[in-house]
Write a protein that binds this ligand. Structure first.
Ligand code: NAP
Length: 298
């Protein structure tokens, strides 16, 4: 157990809620806040108390985690009115576990650093299942000393915890992860559409190939949901589009061509245009089945 037995948590969505439960299960006292209070109330209980604002979370806790949607949301809960940074004092640590822009992360870390507050960027991979089972992959940027201090906190939520270097490198690594994810999931949808067109038993097809060289987390976890027509999120299409935007912006900075991600991006755009923005990313298969004129989902 860390010396930091009290941990603040801001953002109790699909990911944040189970992460908070796992922190409490590991023995941390969690002080939580969510913009939509009703979601927070559902979590109240054993080891979890609620605060009235991000600022009061900061006042109560030496370490505060944020898990919100996008860069402007992180800035709003951190530096907006009643933001967490107003409550934090010198020596405290802000851990941002959302997926946001690496550049904005470095700038925020610098501003907080001037007040003696450390910041770690610690985005995650592993989906809502990883959040529930405390098996997330956590990629961390920031100072080694702050990383070591927070390691027991990370260990309560994840399995593969990697310190990637200075501020922003956690987010850069997460974008690498997302380049891999968007390409792989598009290929899963394409392959299942091909299999459907040829009349293959789709669940059996997944079973047949998943253990071989073509196996992947995306195929294993989302392929069967595509076939079963289970489009509940998981990871929403609109958040994947946000990550594609972050990838594109970061690639632009270094003149990196993104031929695969650029094609994949069109499927997520088409899925959102068709009204699937709040569904899980597996919903892109509906775009593929329309293009091919075949039925993949039951
Ligand atoms: P979500 O269910 O939509 O939750 C988003 C959370 O952020 C909610 O608690 C929301 O509050 C809060 N929020 C958003 N904008 C805010 C603002 N301006 N001010 C205050 N609170 C705000 O999304 P999620 O799936 O948990 O994702 C959270 C982060 O994790 C995202 O950056 C996402 O890319 C990343 N991520 C998600 C997954 C996944 O599989 N879901 C996997 C890895 C990483 P309300 O409840 O009031 O809306």
């Amino acid at each position: 157990m860390s010396t930091e037995k009290t941990v603040g948590f801001i953002g109790l969505g699909i990911m944040g809620a189970p992460m908070v439960r796992n922190l409490a299960k590991a023995g941390f006292q969690v002080v939580a806040w969510n913009r939509t209070r009703s979601k927070a109330e559902a979590l109240q209980g054993d080891g979890i108390t609620l605060a009235d604002s991000p600022k009061s979370v900061g006042e109560a806790c030496p370490v505060v985690i944020t898990m919100v949607s996008d860069t402007p949301d992180l800035v709003a809960v951190t530096e907006g009115p009643d933001g967490v940074s107003e409550g934090l004092s010198a020596g405290s640590i802000l851990i941002d576990m959302s997926t946001v822009a690496p550049g904005a992360t470095r700038e925020l870390a610098e501003r907080l650093g001037k007040r003696g507050i450390s910041m770690l960027d610690a985005p995650v991979s592993g989906g809502s299942t990883g959040a529930q089972q405390a098996t997330l992959a956590i990629m961390v940027g920031g100072k080694e000393e702050a990383f070591q201090r927070c390691l027991p906190i990370f260990q309560a939520m994840g399995k593969t915890i990697t310190h990637m270097g200075p501020s922003g490198m956690g987010q850069t690594t997460k974008l690498v992860n997302q380049i891999l994810v968007v390409g792989t999931l598009s290929t899963v949808a394409e392959a299942l559409t091909f299999a459907a067109a040829h009349g293959a038993d789709l669940l059996r097809t997944i079973e047949a190939v998943a253990g071989g060289a073509a196996g992947s987390w995306q195929l294993q976890n989302l392929g069967s949901r595509m076939v079963e027509g289970d489009f509940a999120p998981g990871f929403m299409v609109r958040l994947q589009r946000k990550d594609l935007r972050l990838i594109t912006e970061a690639a632009h900075e270094k003149n990196v061509p993104l031929p695969i991600s650029s094609v994949a991006k069109q499927f997520y755009a088409a899925a959102e245009a068709a009204g699937y923005g709040e569904e899980g990313t597996q919903a892109i298969v509906k775009v593929f089945q329309r293009l091919a004129g075949v039925q993949v989902s039951r």
